[in-house]
Design a protein. Sequence first.
Lengths: 232, 188
Amino acid sequence: MNQKEFDHKLDAVIKQALLLQIERDIAALPPDDEARKMNLIRPEFDAKMRRICARSDRRDRMKPVLQTARRVAIAAMVAIAILFGTLMTNTAVRATIVEVIVEWYEQFTRFVGISSEEEAKHIEARSWSPAYLPEGYMEVSRFESDSTIVEYEDHDGNLLLLRYTVEINDLTVDNEETIYSTIEVDEITYYLSEAASEAKPNVLVWFEAGYRLNLSGHLDVDTLLSVAVSTK
Amino acid sequence: MLSFYLATLESDEDKETMTKIYEDYKNQCHLYAWTFLDNEGDVEDAVHSAFLEVIKRKDKMFALKPSDFKRYLVVIVRNKALDILRARKRVRPYEDEFLTFAADTAPTMDETLSGKELVELVLQAMEELSPEHKLVITLKILEEKKNPEIAKIMGLSKKQTENTLYSARISLRKKMLSMGVQNESERV
């Protein structure tokens, strides 16, 4: 059986296992009248929760509204700037089907891929692989779902992850403690999130042939870029 | 606490139903949360979040048979408790310990093990997963939620959610392999 079939079968077994666990948990619970005698609930809990929840409920409702408004405002500003720049350098505009708007957040750098739904349907399905890998690295697994995730590992257990998708999805890259920049190679722009500490991986994001690709690993920038540029 | 829940409901009928639900299940929910958590504050947080979730899903939940409702409620309390555990110890994706593979004579999913034995094996392997992995697998496979919804529940980005789910599956698969089960195609 191939890996996909194995995963589907495993999912079915996992679901059965979880259902069985829940049934066992329910059977193990004492009846309500016995649970009541245990006096588990503090009388103060009701009053305290009423006060805390009444305040936080209003704040929580406002938070998503404010975040959305901020995102829309930033995206609009950046979109206008990009379009203006594009008009001013008309000869530099590439005929691609994907335009990228980069949004800055307090914590995340977000790439919103905007492509025509109709044009996206005509994107040729393909597998991507790097022609160049640093010494010792080899592919150890490939997971296909809404997007494809390919894992490469070297002898020391260091991981390199390649992820790609043709869907019109958002990609969020953690830019806390990272240095953000762009690199142009062969008319392709690579968006680099360079980690400020060794604990975080370096991440490259780029758009090619209607796909969005993401490469992350604890490699120096030059090596990571070499892997990305060789990925076809 | 009950009056807070009632205030978020609209009709008197809904409020009556929610009152009954709260009174019928509050003690068992507390008891169940205690099986995952080890302090009163976390237990109260889990139970509180669970009843809020019931109100959010009231259209679906109020229409359930009592046995199905209880099952759903138990799953909700479990997920809230796992979420609290997960928040306590932030497990980063990719930083899971990979176990060694079993011998090449191990039984496969197609032979030797009966369905029941396989389910028990999976249950055992799942017990060893981190709270984050348990939660993401429960949300994805048992509750059949889409990735964006899971991302929202767990407070992760979409990319982090996909990676967490990916590493959870890998971790589970490798724990099962260490217990002696492998995919036929992986047999050496």
